[in-house]
Structures are given as C-alpha cells and as structure tokens.
Design a protein around this ligand. Structure first.
Ligand code: HEM
Ligand code: HEM
Length: 123
C-alpha cells in the first residue's frame, strides 16, 4: 500500500508541474489553484501518506487505508478537472466541485481516522 501511494503521488507531481510550466509559458495563472492542489493534495499529501504507511506498516493493511486510497484517487481528479472548468469561466461545474472536494475532505478524514485507530503510542 505504501508503494502504491508513492507511485500514484509521482504521477500527480508530473501532471501538476507540467501544468505549472504551461501556466508560466502562457503567462496565464487562472489555473494556479488547480496546479497548487494537484501538487499538494496529489503529490505532497499522498507521498506523505505513503511514507507514513512505510513507517507504520500495521496502518497500511486496514480497510480504512484502502478506503482512503480509492476515495482520494477517484475524487481528486474529478475535483481538479471540474475546478479547472469552473476557473475557466464555466460556473455550471460548481456543484461537481463542491461534491468532489467534500469527498476528498472525507478521504482525508478517513486517513486521519485510520492513523488514530491503527497506530499505538508504543509503535
Ligand atoms: C516545474 C515545477 C513547477 C512549476 C513550473 C510551477 C509554476 C507555478 C506558477 C507559474 C505558479 C503561479 C504563480 C502566480 O500565480 O503568480 C505557481 C503557483 C503555485 N505553485 Fe507551482 N510550479 C511547480 C511546482 C510546484 C510544486 C511541486 C508545488 C507544491 C508541492 C507547487 C505549489 C504551488 C502553489 C501552492 C502555488 C500558489 C498557487 C496560487 O497562487 O493559487 N508548485 N506555480
Ligand atoms: C479537500 C481539501 C482542500 C480544499 C477543499 C482546499 C481548498 C482551498 C481553497 C478554496 C483555497 C483558496 C484558493 C484561492 O486562492 O482562491 C486554497 C488555497 C490553498 N491551499 Fe487548499 N484545499 C485543500 C487541501 C489543501 C492541502 C492538503 C494543502 C497542502 C498540503 C493545501 C494548500 C493550500 C495552499 C498553499 C493554498 C494557497 C494557495 C495560494 O497561495 O493561492 N490545500 N485551498
């Protein structure tokens, strides 16, 4: 599970950094929040989760760990794509942005719950 998190994380940084370069070349920073959160929620958060699971293997094998992985990685692309459309001037995507961002938030809560339930002070 730790390896899967980290392998997915580096895909997000490739996409996020590419978007950063494209924004720089075009001089159009409208998608900066999308760029920031692909890198931060996609790369930084998932890579750190992967390292946490490497450090505490007991936490990596739970159903909550799998729930976090799938919820995060299904909702985040929808969140980023719909936010991109919305910031490009298409306000109709707002409901999708709201639902998908709340699902990512839920995924982060599941991660937190998993850590609290499966890591003991003695670990
Ligand atoms: C090749 C790599 C990258 C390039 C070319 C790049 C480029 C950019 C550009 C052009 C902006 C917009 C600046 C502005 O609005 O004036 C920006 C903003 C930002 N970037 Fe990157 N970036 C890169 C990697 C990263 C990474 C790895 C992270 C985080 C892990 C990151 C986090 C952010 C954040 C938080 C912002 C502010 C977004 C905002 O103002 O809404 N960037 N980046
Ligand atoms: C469900 C999760 C999240 C949601 C819904 C969310 C939402 C937002 C919103 C609405 C903004 C203001 C955007 C604007 O400039 O108009 C923002 C900014 C920002 N967020 Fe998040 N965020 C989330 C997770 C995170 C995480 C996990 C990180 C860091 C690891 C992060 C780092 C930042 C940073 C650095 C900015 C400021 C970017 C700037 O300078 O404009 N966010 N976020």
């Amino acid at each position: 599970m730790a390896v899967t998190f980290i392998r997915i994380a580096v895909i997000y940084i490739a996409v996020g950094a590419t978007l950063g370069i494209i924004m720089g070349i075009k001089g159009d920073f409208a998608l900066a929040p999308v760029h920031a959160h692909i890198n931060l929620l996609g790369f930084a958060t998932l890579a750190i989760a992967g390292l946490v699971y490497r450090a505490f293997p007991a936490a990596a094998t739970t159903r909550l760990a799998r729930a976090h992985f799938w919820l995060h990685n299904l909702a985040l692309p929808v969140f980023m794509i719909s936010l991109g459309f919305m910031l490009s001037g298409n306000a109709a995507w707002l409901p999708v942005v709201i639902v998908s961002s709340l699902l990512v938030l839920l995924a982060l809560y599941v991660f937190g719950l998993n850590i609290w339930m499966s890591i003991k002070p003695a670990d």
